[in-house]
Ligand binder design. Structure first.
Ligand SMILES: Cc1ncc(COP(=O)(O)O)c(C=O)c1O
Length: 383
């Protein structure tokens, strides 16, 4: 009898941590007031919980002077940041300008930016180096007179590479260009202080860090003006109207708090397991290719290409035993645009695997993954 597959797809999503569930519970059952109804006791309590959550997130991420708009997740936060800032800029300037991003961004960044090109904005999508990293020089080369906004993710969801964000900030600052970063894969896995980093807009998501699904936020500097994407009851300073999901907001704050409380412990453990996986596989399958830089990488990510096997065979054979991914959870089965941007062919990209390790993963599971994958690759290559 085959048990459940070993779970190695924690960058797609994570289960809700017990502590997060506990923190949310009273706000489903007892304190169910509407935080916008301040005339009622329940409303005041709910509003206080939301404000406390804001403070918790601010203090964990070192961002006292920033504002937070809660959203349904990182997709919405990215849309609000990019469409909201660009449309406001255009309304003020009387004409659209130029935007820059990287070809390896998540579709939740690429697609809103491509939407803006239909509204008259110009867009440059920089192809990074073959290790997935952008350089300051590449960015500077892409700048134009009309460039007003750059969006570069902090860490990549498929290949885990961590972009040199300080250098990117420096390049943008020196020209007065605003910077947005999609930090949904980096938050909770990297030490972080937003005030130091000086990023203008940042998106995060709850379900990547053992928080609930359906919640995230856009963090932005007070001087940033955004055009809302929807209109209604004026919540979130009219940027994101609609009744806030208080239990999810409380859960997000708890998830951020736990992630930063346990950061160094988790980082160490995850990097140990990831390195064990990579080394164990590489010794047994020497022509295995690592996608993305090994050094500038999230501790829980490994992305590899298996030469000489067909992607659909590899995934079909692995599926009953190991739950991992061929790319982004949102790629609709297409070969990964990230791996193609790194120079992999379509067949190489489809014969690629992203393993993402969880907080509760252990060493014997890594041994099992190595054993299973090596056996499958040997069998597929023997055909
Ligand atoms: C880098 C990145 N951005 C955005 C998203 C979308 O986040 P959400 O599911 O919170 O909308 C994801 C999730 O896959 C992601 O990995």
């Amino acid at each position: 009898m085959q048990g459940s597959p070993l779970e190695f797809d924690f960058q797609a999503t994570t289960p809700c941590a017990e502590e997060v569930l506990d923190a949310m519970e009273p706000y489903w059952k007892d304190h169910w007031g509407n935080p916008s109804s301040r005339q009622s006791r329940g409303g005041v309590r709910a509003s206080a919980a939301v404000e406390l959550a804001r403070e918790q997130i601010s203090s964990c991420l070192g961002m006292d002077s920033f504002r937070i708009a809660f959203t349904s997740g990182a997709t919405e936060a990215n849309n609000l940041a990019l469409l909201g800032y660009a449309r406001e800029y255009c309304a003020k300037q009387g004409q659209p300008g130029h935007l820059i991003t990287v070809a390896t961004e998540h579709h939740a960044v690429l697609d809103p930016l491509r939407q803006l090109t239909k509204e008259g904005f110009a867009l440059t999508e920089i192809t990074p180096n073959s290790d997935g990293l952008l350089t300051k020089e590449m960015l500077i080369k892409a700048f134009r007179k009309e460039t007003f906004l750059v969006s570069v993710m902090l860490a990549n969801n498929e290949i885990g590479v961590i972009q040199p964000i300080k250098l990117i900030v420096e390049a943008c600052r020196s020209r007065g260009i605003k910077l947005h970063t999609d930090a949904s894969q980096a938050i909770g896995y990297l030490p972080f202080n937003l005030e130091d980093l000086d990023i203008d807009l940042m998106s995060i998501s709850g379900h990547k860090i053992y928080g609930p699904k359906g919640i995230g936020c856009l963090i932005y500097k007070p001087e940033i003006s955004l055009m809302p994407l929807q209109w209604g009851g004026g919540q979130e300073e009219s940027l994101r109207p609609g009744t806030l999901p208080v239990p999810l907001v409380v859960g997000l704050a708890k998830a951020v708090e736990i992630a930063y409380r346990d950061l160094s412990l988790n980082q160490e453990k995850l990097a140990f397991l990831r390195n064990k996986l990579w080394q164990g596989l590489k010794i047994r399958i020497p022509d295995l290719v690592l996608n993305g830089s090994l050094n500038n990488r999230l501790p829980h990510n490994l992305n590899i290409t298996v030469p000489g096997v067909k992607g659909h065979h590899l995934h079909a054979e692995l599926r009953p035993f190991i739950s991992c991914s061929s790319g982004s959870a949102c790629s609709n089965g297409e070969p990964s645009h990230v791996l193609l941007a790194l120079g992999r062919s379509k067949s190489e990209a489809s014969a690629s695997l992203r393993f993402s390790i969880g907080r509760d993963s252990n060493s014997s599971e890594i041994d099992r993954v190595i054993q299973i994958l090596v056996k499958i690759v040997d069998r597929l290559r023997a055909y």
